[in-house]
Structure formats: structure tokens, C-alpha cells
Design a protein around this ligand. Sequence first.
Ligand SMILES: NC(=O)c1ccc[n+]([C@@H]2O[C@H](COP(=O)([O-])OP(=O)(O)OC[C@H]3O[C@@H](n4cnc5c(N)ncnc54)[C@H](O)[C@@H]3O)[C@@H](O)[C@H]2O)c1
Length: 307
Amino acid sequence: MTGGAGFIGSHLVDALLDEGREVVVIDDLTSGDARRLPTEARFEQVDITDRAALDRVVDEARPDAVFHLGAQSSVTVSVTDPQRDCAVNVGGTLNVLEAAGRHGAPVVFTSTGGALYGNAAPIPTREDRIPAPVSPYGASKWAGEAYIRTWAEAGGLPHAVCRLGNVYGPRQSPHGEAGVVAIFTYKLESGQAPQLYGHGRPTRDYVHVSDVVAALLLASGRAGVFNVATGVETPVSRIFELLREASGRQVEPVPAPLRVGELERSCLDPSRARDELGWTARIPLEDGVRSTYRALVSEFATAAGDG
Ligand SMILES: NC(=O)c1ccc[n+]([C@@H]2O[C@H](COP(=O)([O-])OP(=O)(O)OC[C@H]3O[C@@H](n4cnc5c(N)ncnc54)[C@H](O)[C@@H]3O)[C@@H](O)[C@H]2O)c1
């Protein structure tokens, strides 16, 4: 697996180990943290753009399935350094595809629903909508998808693309640009007022990381493109309200204009994943946000103790 030291990847590692699978994690730790990894997983600190190093690890591991989550995952970095974004998300994806192909291993690629469909897409958006990305990150993920599909056709391997909604859950970093559940939790816990961009009105499709992991496992060995989301549109102000309730603190948010490149609305139609993979998101938003709040607060306390 690539990106296994990241937020979503580390949960997938746990699930694969629970299934009794052997797991080899490839991650360069750009945004990941090796402390998230249990000792049962083998960890190789490798940059997927370094083809020779990647090939060495993959050829030794001889995988029967590959989960490719390793990515330049920041929209902001994609704007400031589009070359690096392209090198990792397009070139790195091609390297992973070629290495997996030598072992006949199907690849599951995590793409984005939120950054791909653009502002004019009907809500909820289906997979057959032609992408109109508004950032280099959206463009590089779309290009990565194209390689996945082309290599699936050419090599006869059932590679899958999962277009994720806004994923939240334990272990999400509060210091990234996205991940409002983690960011708001951190702010509330440290008594700071979070900014509500777009005055809290923009909507997103929030999906719990454990539901995402279940979808990725089901997608392995299944060719196609699948939205992995709830189909429910939630304003960001609602996320803040839920977290403020969970915290019991009377913090008032600071309204702020929508940031450049951010969408007003985003919500994905998950019916194809339901019909073809038998997957649906199971964790209701209210439960997921409350339990994530508790988990993150305890993680922050542990991190503060360590630091
Ligand atoms: N979190 C979300 O809401 C969301 C939504 C849509 C898509 N995705 C996609 O899901 C995947 C996982 O996202 P995440 O939220 O866990 O992000 P993350 O940043 O926590 O994980 C990405 C991992 O990839 C690693 N990585 C980065 N560049 C690398 C390179 N050159 N070589 C090897 N490893 C490299 C990072 O160190 C990190 O561990 C990514 O592909 C991301 O684009 C995430």
C-alpha cells in the first residue's frame, strides 16, 4: 500500500491486518506519520516518484493487491508547486501501476470527488459527469484516473478508482488546510474561534473514514469508477454546531469569505458503489462527528504529553 502512514491509509492498514493480510506500507512521510503504523505492518520510507526504489520494494513484496493512497494531497501545495503535484499524483501513479502490473495486482486508486466535478455539476453528482477541476490537484487526480483506466484496459487488470467525499475521523491532522472536523475540534479545545469560510454556507459530503475503508476493501479487484460518499449535503456551519455541542464550549465562530478555488456546494451520488460494490456509508454524521471529537481530543492530549 502507498500512503499507509497518512490519515486514511493508516486506518486501511489496521483493517487489512485485522483480515490477517500481510501489509507493506510505502510512504515518504511528506504528510504522513510513521507512529500511526502498528509494528505488524512493514514500513518502507520510499518516494513513489523514485521509480528504482519503488520497484525494489514492490518486487520484493510481490503484492496480490495494491491500494494506492500516497499522494500530494494538498490543494494549496498543488497551486504553489504544480510540478511536484503532477510528479507525485501523475508520475508516481504511473510508477505504481507499472510495478503492480508486473505482479498482476489490481490497484485501488483514491481520487477526489470534491475537487474534480467543479462548480456547475448537478447535486448530487454522478460519476458520469465530465470533470471540471478548479485546482492543479483536481487536474492531477483526474490524470491519475486516466492512467488507471487506460492501464486496466491495456493490461486486463481490474483497477478501481474511488472518488472520495470529505473524509473525517480519528487521526486526521488539525493542521492541514481541509479536514474541518479536526480543525474545529482543535480550535474548540484550545479555546480559539474557528473561521467559517463562506460564512458557513458551503456544503460538503462528509463521510467517516471507517466507511471509506470498507469501500476501498470492496473495490479491490473491481474495475470501475466509484463515488465513495453519503449523498447527503451538509453545510459546514452544521459541523461546527455539532462539535460545539460535543465540546460544551460557548465559542463563536468568525465568518470569513470563501477562499479562492473553494466550491459552494459538493455532494456525490453514491448509488453506483451501492449497486456494484454493495457498499453504503453506515455511520450517521451526528454519531461520527461526536465520536471523532472524543477520539481527537484524546489524541491531542497524548500528543501534548509526548511533546
Ligand atoms: N481526506 C480526504 O477527505 C480525501 C478526499 C479525497 C481524496 N483523498 C485522497 O485519499 C488519499 C489519502 O488521503 P489522506 O487524507 O489520508 O491524506 P494524507 O496526506 O494523510 O495521506 C497521504 C499520504 O501519502 C504520503 N505521500 C505523499 N507524497 C508521497 C510520495 N511522493 N511518495 C510516497 N508517499 C507519499 C504522505 O506522506 C501521506 O502519508 C490521497 O490520495 C488523497 O488525495 C482524500
